[in-house]
Design a protein around this ligand. Sequence first.
Ligand SMILES: [Fe+2]
Ligand SMILES: [Fe+2]
Length: 538
Amino acid sequence: MPSTFPAMRSPGSLAPSRTLAPELLRLARERQAAGQLVEAADGYAATATAAEREGDGSTLAQALRLQAAVVHIRGDSSRARALCARSSAVARGLGDSRLVAEALNTMGGLELETGAPAAAAESFRLALGFAGEEWDLWGRIEQNLGTVATVQGDGAMARWHYARSLRAYRRGGDRRGCAMVLHNLGMLSADHRRWAESQRYFLKARRLARAVQDYHLQALCHLNSAEVELALGRPEAAEQSAEAARHLFEELGTKPDLAAVWKILGMASREAGRLNLADARLRTAIELASSTGNALTRAESLLELARTHQAFGHPAEVLATLGEAYPLFLSLGARAEMSEIAGWLDQLEARYLSSIGTCPSEMVIGRKGHGIRVAACAARIAQTVGLDPLQVSAIRVGSQVHDRGMARLPRGLLEKTSALSPQERELVRRHPHWGLEGLPALGCPWDVASIVRSHHERYDGSGYPDGLAGEAIPLAAQIVGIADVYDGLTSDRSYRRAFTPAEAVACIANQRHLWHPAVLDAFLRETGLSIPRDVAVA
Ligand SMILES: [Fe+2]
Ligand SMILES: [Fe+2]
C-alpha cells in the first residue's frame, strides 16, 4: 500500500507552534478504555489526520494501528487490515522496529479472529523479526503464536510458544504477562485432559494475577479451575471455585463472564443432584448471555439445560431446549455440538419408539415395516429440503405413528381384495382424526399432530380430512405424505402386485399437482431418478 505519509521535518525546520496529535491519541485511548468504540474510532481517525499534518510519524503509526483494532471490533475487518498495513508501512518509513512489530502483531490478531490462522502465524513470525529485545512485545507475540497453534490443534507447538512467551515476560519483569501465559497453559492442559497439570497452572496464574491486582484474570482462573473440577467429578469443589469467580466478576460488573459462571454453577448443581437449582441457575446463565449477545455461552447453557431436563426425565423439554440451541450452534459453525445434538435425537427417538411398540396398523399383511420405510424416505426428503435435525427428527417419529388411527378400522378391512364400498372408504378417511385422538396416550414429546392429521392432504386441495391446499398444508405432512404414497405403491397389496421403484416414482411425478414443488423436487432427487414431465405409467 503506498504511504501518503509526508516527509519528516528536518531537525532544523520550524516546529509547529502546537502539536495536537499526541493529545488526541490520549483522548481516543481513554474513550476506548471507557468502551466508547464509535468515539474512539473517530478519535483515532482525527489523531491520524493531525499527525500527518504535524509530521508526527510515530503518533500516526500508533493511531492507525489502534484504529484498526477498534474498526475490527465494530465488524469492518477488511478496512482494519488496510489500516494495519498502512501503520506498518509508516513505521517502516520511520525505521521504528517496535512500531513495525506492533502493527504486524495487530495484523496477526485480526487474521486469527477472522479465521485465517496460517496468515496470522506468518504475520506474528514477521513481527518477531522486528521485536528486537523488547521483551514485553516478545512475550505477547509468542503468546499469540501459542494461540494460533492451539487453534490449529498443535498442542506441542502451542506449549513451546507459551514457554518462550513466559521466558520473555520473565526477562521483562512483566508479572501480568506471566499470569496470562500460565492461564493459557492451564487451558491447554485442560484441553488435553491433563487435569492435575492444568490445576497447577491455574493456581500459579491466579496467585500472580492477585499479586498484580488483575482481578479479571484471577476470576477467569477460578472459573476455568471450576470446569476442571467438574470434569473430575467434584461438583462441590467446582461450586466453590465458581462462587469465587462470581464474587470477582460481580465486583467488576462483567456480565458476559457472569453468564459463563452461572452455567458452571448450574452444571455443578446438576452433578450434585440438585436439579431444581441447576434449572434456575442455567436459566440465569441463558438470560445473561442473551442480554449480552454472547451466542456461544447461551448455546452451551441451553445444551446444559437440555441435559438437566434429561436428568428430570422430561423429554418434551429436552427437545424444545435443543430446538433453541441448535440454530445458535449452526450460526457459530460448532460442528461438534451439532453432531452431538443429532446423536442425542437418534437416541431419544429409538428409546421412545421402542417404548410405544409397533404401530397396530402394521400387523396387517403387506403393511409390516411401513412406518420405518416411510420414516427413512421422509427423513431424506426433509434433509434435502433443508430442514434442521429437530424437524427431521419430528418427521421420522411422525412417520412411524402417522397411521395409528387405522387401529380403529374393523378387522379385515385393510386386507380386503375387492373394491371398498363408499361407507368403507368413508371409514378409512377417518383414520387421521382417530390418530389424533390416540396421540395423548402415546405421550409423544415431538410435535407430530400435524403429520398425523394432514398426511393425506394434497397440494391441489383434493386430499382429506380437511381439504387443505397449497402452503396451508404443513410441510412435514406433505413430506410424510409423498413418502407414504411411494411406500404404498412399492408394497404388495392383496389386490395388486408391488410397483417397481421406477414405476412408483413415475406415477408420483405424473401427478405433480398433488405435491408441494420443493417436496416433489427433493423426492425425485432422493429417489435418484430423473423423470420427464410427460412420462406415463402403463
Ligand atoms: Fe394414512
Ligand atoms: Fe401410511
